[in-house]
Each structure stands twice: as structure tokens, then as C-alpha cells.
Design a protein around this ligand. Structure first.
Ligand SMILES: *Cc1c(COP(=O)(O)O)cnc(C)c1O
Length: 381
């Protein structure tokens, strides 16, 4: 079965044997009647398991090529559950361009559990090798492409280096989705998702997921999923699964639209730089072409001028709503320095290239010409 077929028929998705319903029923139940104490049909309580969730979890595992998947109430719920599996004092080496909430949770775990997270630039594999040999972390964690700089990191290369020192590798695959990139096939051990984004795809649900390469790690995390309890409800599972059905089709349009906008903006006099892995000018263009099926729907642009020009531009856009989050059918834009990355001190932000006029676009699946016209019109001023 190929990817687009798997998204619809994988994970045991079949017409309901009783009614023929082509969609998995939404099982609104917290508990399950037992025929005798301890005799169940496989379900006993919906924190532990729910049939709607089970289909979503199997589908996620199928799409990422893992042995098992687990669904959570949010991306951070998935990360939190993963952190429960780490002992006090565990060293975590993480990429330094990271979703803000991920860093916040790592830092909280440092204070409360004595977790020891460190951050490094994972673009530099030689430097990373030295850091890994010196620090000997138990876990290596990163996102690719990163947010908001769209840096592409070498999943295969980093996984080999991490495994050489006995570390497990977790990749946040939220920006790419399994349609564009499958980290487990490239050597990672665990994939994390905020299903709130492209997998759900319609900005109508918050969710998260973990997918595993090894059965033992999967079983351990499944135990923790039940023990910690950050599970999604059946309706949320259904919405994510419905989004997944059109994932490939949506990602193709997101990618085409983003590429068109990136090209239209690249040489515009009011644009200082465009960060998009699909442009030959992107520093990891070749790596992205090797590692990903396409460059995806996220891009960042830095405008010339200052904060006032950026604010004026944002105000003039018609189809790009100003908002956090990403990956929905509608186009969104945000100013990381003022919104998602505001908590990073200004000097740190600027040192990393997150300037006041850097804007992050989540390019939707509206008509491509409308989107390009919208952006160009707003730049006219
Ligand atoms: C949104 C996001 C998260 C957090 O997910 P939630 O569903 O909001 O909890 C984690 N990683 C990335 C890359 C994200 O974009």
C-alpha cells in the first residue's frame, strides 16, 4: 500500500462490520461492560484504550513506519509523557532551534526532576560528535525543519552519531509530516507530532502523538500513556483521523503554494531574505531534497525596514490571518519576535536570526494566485 492509500485504508481502517459505516465510529464511552470480572472484549476503560483512538494510533504507526503509535491530548502532552520515562539526572541533548513549549517543558523538568537538558547547533555534525562524546546524553532531541528558521537537520547523520554513544533519538516531525519525511526510516527511534498542525490539518483540534521503532519502548510508553493520562477524547481522535485522510493531497498543495510564494518573494526589493528549503539559496537545499519528498508549506521571510513596516504589511494581508499555530488549510502568518518566540531574550533572538521583521508563513491551500497577489499587494504599501 502506498502512502495516500495507507492514509485512508491503513491502520485497520475498514468499513464497520456491523453497519458498513465507512468511517470509524466515534466511541463516546468511558467504560466497557464486562461479561464476567476481568472478561472484556479488549477494552476496559477509555484512558487505557478506546476503539476510535486505537484506529488513529495504528494509522499513525503505519504512516511513520513504526511498530506502534500513541495518541495524546496535545503535542506537549506527548512530550510530557515521554519525559516521565526519564530518570532524574538524565542528560538530554537537544537542537537549539526548538518549539518554545518544548524548551519550556525541558527547563521545568530541569528544576523539578533534575533533568539535564543541553542545547547545541545540530547543523555542525563534527561539533555534535564531540559534544556527544563528552556529554554522553541518554536522549537526543530535535526538530527538522526548525521553527521559525526552517533549518534542515540531517536525521540519518545525527542518528548515527547519537547511537554511537548509546543515545536514543527523538525527532519532532510536526513541520514535515510523514508524507514528506519519515524519521524512523532514517534512523530515529521515536517520532513526536503535534497533530494539531498538518495531521489534523483544519485548525479544529489539538492533539499529539508518539510513534516508535522498538516494541519495548512502545510498550513502556503505552504504560505511561495510561499512567499519566494525557489522552485525547474520541471526537478529537476522529478529527485527526479525518484530517489524515487528505494529508498527501493537502501537503502537495501546501508545498506548491509555498514554493510559488517563496519564488515570488525571493527577489522582491522589500524582502531581505526568504527562508525556504525548496529554494536553491537555502543552506540545506540539497539535504532537504535528499531527506524530504518536498520542502513543505512553511516559510519565513525577513522584510526590509523595521517593525513599523512589518506591522503595516501584516495589517494589509487579506487571506493570511495573523495567528499562532500552523498546518491548517487556511494561510496563517505570525511575527516570531512578537509572538511565538517573544520569551527568548532579544539578543539571543537576534543572534540566531530571529529579527523583528522576520515573519513566518504557514501557507494554506487556497488558490495559489490569490495568495501570491495578497502578499505582493500587502508589500506594495
Ligand atoms: C505546536 C507544536 C508543538 C506543541 O504541540 P501542541 O499540540 O500545541 O501541544 C510541538 N512541536 C512543534 C514543532 C509544534 O509546532
Amino acid at each position: 500500500m502506498r502512502f495516500d492509500t495507507k492514509a485512508i485504508h491503513g491502520g485497520g481502517q475498514e468499513p464497520d462490520p456491523q453497519t458498513g459505516s465507512v468511517n470509524v465510529p466515534v466511541y463516546f464511552t468511558s467504560t466497557y461492560a464486562q461479561s464476567a470480572p476481568g472478561v472484556t472484549k479488549g477494552y476496559e476503560y477509555s484512558r487505557t484504550g478506546n476503539p476510535t483512538r486505537a484506529v488513529l494510533e495504528k494509522t499513525l504507526a503505519d504512516l511513520e513506519g513504526g511498530v506502534g503509535g500513541l495518541a495524546f491530548a496535545s503535542g506537549l502532552g506527548a512530550l510530557g509523557t515521554l519525559l516521565w520515562s526519564l530518570k532524574s539526572g538524565t542528560k538530554v541533548l537537544s537542537g537549539d532551534d526548538l518549539y518554545g513549549g518544548t524548551r519550556r517543558l525541558f527547563e521545568h523538568a530541569r528544576k523539578t526532576w533534575g533533568l539535564a537538558p543541553e542545547y547545541a547547533d545540530f547543523r555542525d555534525l563534527d561539533g555534535l560528535k564531540r559534544t556527544l562524546e563528552r556529554e554522553r546524553p541518554r536522549l537526543v532531541y530535535f526538530e527538522t525543519p526548525t521553527n521559525p528558521l526552517l533549518t534542515v537537520l540531517d536525521i540519518h547523520g545525527i542518528s548515527e552519531l547519537a547511537h554511537a554513544v548509546g543515545a536514543s533519538v527523538v525527532v519532532d516531525n510536526t513541520f514535515a509530516t510523514p508524507y514528506l519525511q519519515r524519521p524512523l526510516e532514517l534512523g530515529a527511534d521515536i517520532v513526536l507530532h503535534s497533530t494539531t498542525k498538518y495531521l489534523g490539518g483544519h485548525s479544529d483540534v489539538v492533539g499529539g502523538a508518539l510513534v516508535f521503532r522498538s516494541p519495548e519502548t512502545y510498550e513502556e510508553a503505552k504504560w505511561l500513556q495510561n499512567a499519566a493520562g494525557a489522552v485525547p477524547g474520541p471526537m478529537d481522535c476522529y478529527l485527526v483521523l479525518r484530517g489524515i485522510h487528505s494529508l498527501g493531497a493537502r501537503m502537495r498543495v501546501h508545498t506548491e503554494n509555498a514554493l510559488t510564494i517563496a519564488r515570488a518573494l525571493e527577489n522582491h526589493p522589500k524582502v531581505r531574505r526568504v527562508l525556504y528549503p525548496g529554494l536553491p539559496s537555502h543552506p540545506q537545499h540539497a539535504l532537504a531534497a535528499r531527506q524530504m519528498k518536498g520542502p513543505g508549506g512553511m516559510l519565513s521571510v525577513e522584510l526590509t525596514g523595521g517593525m513599523d513596516e512589518a506591522r503595516a504589511f501584516l495589517k494589509k494581508l487579506r487571506y493570511f490571518y495573523l495567528g499562532e499555530s500552523l498546518g491548517g488549510v487556511e494561510s496563517l502568518i505570525e511575527a516570531p519576535a512578537l509572538m511565538t518566540h517573544q520569551s527568548i531574550p532579544k539578543e539571543d533572538r537576534e543572534a540566531r536570526g530571529i529579527t523583528d521583521t522576520l515573519l513566518r508563513l504557514s501557507v494554506g491551500i487556497e488558490d495559489r494566485e490569490d495568495l501570491v497577489e495578497d502578499v505582493l499587494r500587502a508589500l506594495e504599501g
